[in-house]
Design a protein. Sequence first.
Length: 426
Amino acid sequence: MATNSLRRWNAQSVDFRWFILALCVATVGGAMVDPAFNNYLRDTFHLAADKRGQLELPRELPGFLVTVTSGLLFFLPEVRTAAVATAATAIGIGGLAWAGANYGIMIGFMVLWSTGLHLMMPMRSSITLAFAKEGRQATLLGTTGSITTVAAILGSAIGWWIFGTLGTNPRTYNTIFILGASLTGLSALILLKMRVPATAKDQPRPKLVVKRRFIVYYLMSMINGARKQVFITFAPWVLITVFHRGPSTFAALAITSALLGIVVQPTLGGLIDRLGERRILMMEGFFLFFVCLGYGFAHRISTGGTVILIVYACFVLDNLLFSVGMARVTYVNKLAEKAEDVTATLSLGVTLDHVISMSIPILGGATWVVWGFEYVFAGAAGLAVLSVFVASFVRVPRVRLRTPIVVTEEEGPGTCRTEEIGRTSA
């Protein structure tokens, strides 16, 4: 099995290998920083739940503006845009170490970090899809996710070791930020090593794509914007403020999620290719319903150490369910009439996602302060039910709107591009 995997790896183009290496290096850096960020906010600025929710407005604003940001860089090929986005992420993370306890400066660098991160989101998926063979798109996304998951384990383990060795203090946070920024900056340099095909240089990306056929995807993106705040903002805040857990706990949970993700992501990718996007997306909403109930009401249905174990399990499952996002990506890829519509549509999806995710944390934070955290997760459970309903409308064409064309050797062996053909089904 290892021999077959090595053979498949060697069969990939050099550009694809550079891309995977860049993703892995950036993932190590991000996995060191992400688990510590909420504790950094709590320990440095002593934020209450409502203030933490309000902070998501500037943090998520770059996601809302990602279509505009991507449009400003329309003259760059996707790979070069990915390099610019990764460099911005590195500067933003590194700036947090310099910001210290200055709240305004911290917000400025946080926004820059977020800008690069959100600009890279649709690029990562669309570049990966460019290397996929017909009928294997979700499988390649799952395999790529599995590879980067190993990198996430390494990054989380490094973060766990650093906090365990140096303790939780400003110096440790700065160490994490500097190391994370250095690795992310290295990733940007690796992306510059990727060769840009002549066809990519000659075909700039469209700035905006809004089509009726993507309405269900747009709705799913908005629901996902609300859903992800459960994991990004309020689930960590429960562990930090209710159960008093520190950065080492989040690093350990990240490692656990990543270890499971090695198996879950490629398996999920294969299931999407076999069962279809609709069934997988509906199952996501089903599981999220129980995850939200676990976050909010575990303390009422159990006692003692079992309560925290339930919340840990919900956190890990919540993290793993983010992998279902590849089903939305392959859904868009199957609906797109032109290859260049994929990135543009995914970018608009990120924008719609953030229309909701900018406001939900403010509402959720206020709800937490006035009525308690249980009501935040009760509302999230209602959104999970809504996501099942919307996902039930997912349909893909029986006949593909585009066919793969093998790229010539000059463009890179094993890569694939697409061209538009006549539309034969809706």
